[in-house]
Design a protein around this ligand. Structure first.
Ligand code: ADP
Ligand code: MG
Length: 324
């Protein structure tokens, strides 16, 4: 007989172990009861992953579990928040135990890594879709925001750009290193916390650098110049592009600029603060690269290393076009 929703919650979505001290009541009552520590503000975000839209239909269940949480932790990272709690709404066409086992394992591996407790959720029948809502703490007044950049600030990014976009472009599956970047994005929690006292503005890159940097710039009516040849690309990205025989230079520029799903942080910092911030970021598990400068004039202008302007062909993922 198929498992009931209560069996599913008990077996796959009730966290093991003692749990966090700030969870008064977690999974099992009509609502969770949670205590925000004094001196902190609560950062709350929610993201939905729809099969075939936010992940390819051939994505393994463990990756869907990981990604459902990771995309939310990425939003908390962009606020400089330390993650604490998560709720999870799962819509599935069936109660396949193998799927649920792998999904919950992927979800809890990441949750446990960041000491995030699942405190509630919902389960419904329908086409596969996963929504998670994450909650994190940030010291009062210290949250990182999209606004606050100033002309002359350096524009920087964590990690590398374009890996997930190239995995999609090449239709890579399974254990290809670039496909792992698409399936198992690493939320930049440590970087977000380290940036708290240094960055003037921060956003996470989910829809592509140009699109998300564009949101950051709109917040202050500013612009930016970006050095395309300085965009950080991974060794796997370069190798896969070379062996694919596809597009070469155009893709090497356009994917890091325009493709989504990287979940890196893009942040701004006043030039004189750079050395102090570099020291603050020395202990975090990813590289940080300067890619451009904030300008007074609105809009993003891209340049090659010889100074020529560069016009990208893709500018970022949009869920709805103007015609919708
Ligand atoms: P109700 O019918 O009152 O909405 P549910 O039967 O949906 O309650 O849920 C019972 C308990 O299980 C609640 O505490 C709810 O938060 C939790 N829960 C339901 N689905 C999930 C899930 N996918 N992950 C974690 N907790 C869940
Ligand atoms: Mg109830």
């Amino acid at each position: 007989m198929a498992a009931s929703e209560f069996d599913i919650i008990r077996r796959w979505f009730t966290p093991a172990g003692p749990g966090r001290d700030d969870v008064i009541t977690g999974v099992g009552d009509d609502a969770a009861l949670l205590a925000v520590p004094p001196g902190y503000e609560l950062a709350v975000c929610m993201d939905t992953l729809v099969a075939g839209v936010h992940f390819p239909n051939n994505t393994v269940p463990g990756a869907i579990g990981h990604k459902a949480l990771a995309v939310n932790l990425s939003d908390l990272a962009a606020m400089g928040a330390e993650p604490a709690w998560v709720t999870l709404s799962l819509t599935r066409p069936d109660t396949d135990p193998d799927w649920l086992e792998q999904f919950s394992r992927g979800f809890f591996e990441l949750a446990d890594h960041y000491h995030v407790q699942l405190v509630g959720g919902d389960i419904t029948r329908g086409p596969l879709s996963v929504t998670a809502q994450a909650h994190g703490f940030v010291p009062t007044g210290k949250a990182l925001r999209r606004h606050g950049a100033r002309p002359g600030d350096l524009v920087c990014v964590t990690g590398t750009l374009g890996d997930a976009g190239l995995a999609l472009q090449l239709g890579l599956s399974g254990d290809a290193p670039l496909r792992r970047q698409l399936d198992y994005p690493a939320p930049r929690i440590e970087a977000g916390i380290a940036l708290r006292n240094h960055a003037s503005a921060v956003i996470d890159i989910s829809d592509g650098l140009l699109a998300d940097l564009g949101h950051l710039l709109e917040a202050d009516g500013l612009g930016a110049s970006i050095q395309v040849d300085d965009l950080p690309r991974s060794a796997d990205f370069r190798a896969a592009l070379e062996t694919s025989g596809q597009g070469g230079d155009a893709l090497a520029c356009d994917l890091p600029l325009g493709a989504g799903d990287d979940y890196e942080l893009c942040f701004c910092i006043a030039d004189p603060h750079w050395p102090v911030m570099e020291a603050a970021l020395a202990s975090i598990p990813c590289a940080v690269t300067r890619i451009g400068v904030i300008m007074e004039e609105p809009g993003i202008r891209c340049y090659r290393e010889d100074g020529r302007p560069y016009t990208p062909t893709i500018t970022g993922y949009r869920h709805f076009t103007g015609a919708d």
